[in-house]
Ligand binder design. Structure first.
Ligand code: SF4
Length: 199
């Protein structure tokens, strides 16, 4: 069993915070185990929780399109989330995403640190405020970091982090024009990450 598989197995029974109690599955990272590029999102959504895999819901489909447009092969990257269990609230029969709080983000940070240490990417893309908070700490704002490559040490990993928006924020854009503009900006950030790898 590889180190990543071992970590995923251990995370499957994690009780470091309360989020495991209402989720279906621990959704651990997946992808190329020695990838030079890691993509970190917020947490699994409804579909990810049901299927047990990261980025398989609507935001994942949008991410797939953005990766394609930016010239990145998803199979060549390592994809994970800052928080491994789905936090949600019931609204009728629907499960509505709830943002993880700072305590939950920090409780889960150990898993992210371990993944980054094992995979050893040269560039990590932090998608959204929760991923940024997990990496840079409390007080992180996407607008203060967006599009910059910043050298950082996270646990046993050292490398460059490029911050951008989470793909789900693009899905929430007010109208088509705003969505297209946000999507183009997201693709531009991913291109920057790809170019940093090629440099
Ligand atoms: S969210 Fe993270 S820290 Fe909390 S129980 Fe799940 S795996 Fe453990």
């Amino acid at each position: 069993m590889s180190t990543l598989e071992q970590l995923a197995k251990e995370a499957a029974s994690c009780t470091r915070c309360d989020l495991y109690q209402r989720a279906t599955a621990t959704v651990f990272g997946e992808g190329r185990p020695d990838s030079p590029l890691a993509l970190v999102g917020e947490q699994p959504g409804d579909q990810e929780d049901k299927q047990g895999h990261p980025f398989v819901g609507p935001a994942g489909h949008l991410l797939d399109r953005a990766l394609h447009d930016s010239g990145i092969d998803r199979a060549d990257a390592y994809l994970t989330n800052a928080v491994k269990h789905f936090k949600w609230d019931a609204r009728g029969k629907r499960r509505i995403h709830q943002r993880p709080n700072g305590t939950e983000i920090m409780a889960c940070r150990g898993w992210l640190e371990a993944e980054l240490a094992v995979v050893g990417p040269r560039v990590t893309v932090a998608m959204g405020a929760v991923a940024g908070e997990a990496i840079f700490g409390r007080g992180f704002r996407v607008r203060d970091h967006r599009g910059r490559l910043e050298e950082i040490t996270v646990g046993g990993w050292q490398g460059a982090v490029l911050s951008t928006v989470h793909p789900s924020s693009i899905l929430r854009a007010q109208d088509n024009d705003a969505r297209e503009e946000a999507f183009a900006g997201f693709v531009a950030d991913l291109v920057r990450a790809r170019e940093a790898l090629a440099a």
